[in-house]
Design a protein around this ligand. Structure first.
Ligand SMILES: [Zn+2]
Length: 578
């Protein structure tokens, strides 16, 4: 018996050595001045180094610093061939437009910043260098493999006038959209540090427990990540008892205390005019919906219909991926469109019902990919946006359209890009696409088609199993594209690395033609470089048809269910490469 125990201990150590991730626990106290849009903060990070290396340096992101004239993000926008419309403004006339970067126009009172006032490692002052949106810290003491260190910081922030994602006074008049708002440790993994400057692409971070205390003017209502710890002090629809609230107002301010266990980010928004709906999803989380009281009535009515929609969405994603493991989720009006965060999303709210449901469906779907699987979305934007688009398109189609091919829009966009000559491989870094349309179509449309085409290769039922296995195996583990394709290979019994390679690392296309059509013989020419198994339907002159299936040798297997073309048999015909 004893021998067996020792053996098991070795096995588990062996497994641990192969996979590791850092842990970053945050405690932050923020004092917000809503008049100057400045805030004072203290931050204590307990950083657990689970990597096999000793670390002499750590890096932080200072995202707010991107919103300063002359920043790297500003220059990227100024030099972009087709900048995102959200970040530019017309300073000319309607007839003679002159588009400039909104960041280049920010005044000192409108720009954003994060300034470090002090930083200590285990109680001893440590020096640091600020370089734009990145803070580099040469540690006094290296953090040995397996050890932890405590980093304590005092900082000061200014919320930028909103240009992209975060900021104050968005176009719908939401006062504070607080995303990417605090000094945040960069992620460190088996590929090293990911201290990317903030140029506009999305995010990646290590997991940890967050405790965030926000002290703000008592007239403001707050919504965002985490579980509110003092609902009966702040009220606003969060209160859990009908007794009179125990408000602890100091100097006109209230403190909102949140805890968010095992997350990789903390985001929030605040406004004086939020209406709050609290809704329990059956067998799911409590959902908080916060939207502006001054929205037009029909827009507010759309928000009031969201509880039913949230039930349908949580059910669908649970069935397709797995259960949402937290007890709360918040949808708050804020930001500049729709952006997903841990336990919450910020969306603009002045929308038609269809558009509101669409954006909520998309952002909530992100929960499974951006939040819970948490791949590096700066490096693999398609693994997040594409997969999110895939499952949110399926439920939107179920709710509204009932189209036979729900991805026809994605196919249309992808074909346009593929024919434009401007396509870059999906493996391109999120900040390195030549044109922003290329980034968008590649990540969202071609990314969703990665799964639709995979469903064609392995069969719909197998793909559904693959998504669930992927979530089960890799939730909270930052999977990479190779991790996904291995799961798909195991569940389908096929070799699929060729597909990952062709579809994501090249801009080659799938293109077959039937040629020539002779009475007794059909030849299929492969015109595009990407090979595919073929489902072929032959319709005879008497109106009857027969379905055939030609698997690829390199798949080393075939799909079991041919649901897309009914009963099939292997086609005995010649195929030719041209
Ligand atoms: Zn998205």
């Amino acid at each position: 018996m004893r021998k067996l125990i020792i053996l098991l201990a070795f096995v588990s150590l062996g497994a641990k050595a192969q996979y590791w991730q850092q842990k970053t626990d945050y405690v932050m106290d923020i004092d917000m001045d809503v008049k100057t849009h400045q805030y004072q903060g203290t931050q204590k990070i307990t950083y657990q180094n689970n990597s096999p290396e000793s670390l002499e340096t750590v890096y932080y992101h200072l995202y707010n610093n991107a919103f300063q004239a002359g920043s790297a993000m500003d220059l990227k926008i100024q030099n972009a061939l087709d900048p995102n419309r959200k970040v530019i403004t017309n300073v000319g006339t309607k007839e003679k437009p002159e588009w400039v970067s909104k960041i280049s126009l920010l005044t000192p009172e409108e720009e954003g910043y994060l300034k470090i006032k002090s930083l200590k490692q285990d109680g001893v002052t440590v020096s640091f260098i600020e370089e734009g949106t990145v803070l580099e810290v040469k540690l006094n003491q290296p953090i040995a493999s397996g050890a932890s260190t405590v980093l304590e910081m005092e900082f000061e922030g200014q919320i930028p006038l909103q240009v992209r994602r975060s900021g104050r006074d968005n176009k719908e008049g939401v006062a504070l959209s607080m995303t990417q708002w605090y000094p945040k440790l960069a992620a460190y993994d088996d590929e090293g540090w990911h201290a990317n400057p903030y140029l506009g692409a999305e995010f990646y971070a290590d997991w940890g427990d967050y405790e965030v205390n926000i002290t703000i003017d008592k007239k403001y209502t707050v919504g965002g990540s985490g579980y509110l710890q003092n609902p009966n002090e702040v009220g606003r629809g969060y209160e859990t008892s009908k007794k009179e609230l125990d408000k602890k107002v100091r100097k006109g301010k209230l403190t909102w205390r949140f805890k968010a266990p095992n997350v990789h980010d903390f985001s929030w928004a605040a406004d004086k005019k939020y209406e709050h709906i609290r809704h329990q999803v059956p067998n799911g989380p409590v959902v908080h919906l916060l939207f502006k009281k001054d929205l037009e009535n029909d827009k507010k009515e759309s928000w009031k219909k969201l509880p039913t929609v949230m039930n349908q969405l949580f059910d669908f994603y649970k069935e397709r991926m797995g259960a949402y493991p937290y007890k709360q989720y918040t949808v708050v009006q804020g930001g500049d469109g729709g952006m997903e965060y841990a336990m919450c999303t910020l969306i603009t709210g002045d929308r038609s019902y269809r558009s509101l449901v669409g954006v909520v469906a998309h952002e909530l779907a992100h929960t499974w990919f951006q939040f819970l699987l948490a791949s590096n979305e700066t490096k693999h934007p398609w693994l997040d946006e594409g997969f999110t688009t895939y499952i949110s398109t399926l439920i939107e189609n179920q709710l509204f359209d009932n189209k036979e091919q729900p991805f026809d829009g994605s196919y249309k966009s992808y074909k346009l890009l593929a024919k434009s000559g401007k396509e870059q491989p999906m493996t391109t870094h999120g900040d390195a696409f030549d044109i922003s349309t290329g980034y968008g179509i590649s990540s969202y449309s071609k990314g969703s088609l990665f799964l639709d085409q995979l469903a064609y290769i392995v069969g719909d039922e197998v793909l559904q199993t693959v998504l669930k296995s992927y979530f089960k195996a890799f939730a909270f583990k930052h999977p990479k594209p190779e991790d996904f394709i291995r799961i798909a290979e195991k569940d389908s019994g096929m070799e699929l690395d060729w597909y990952l390679n062709f579809w994501t690392q090249t801009t080659k296309t799938i293109d077959y033609e039937v040629f020539p059509l002779l009475a007794t013989k059909i030849t299929i020419n492969q015109r595009g470089v990407i090979p595919m198994p073929l489902d072929v339907r032959v319709t005879y002159t008497d109106g009857t048809h027969q379905d055939f299936y030609i698997p690829l040798d390199i798949m080393r297997g075939q799909k079991k269910s041919l649901s897309r073309c009914g009963s099939s048999k292997r086609l005995e015909m010649e195929t030719a490469n041209v």
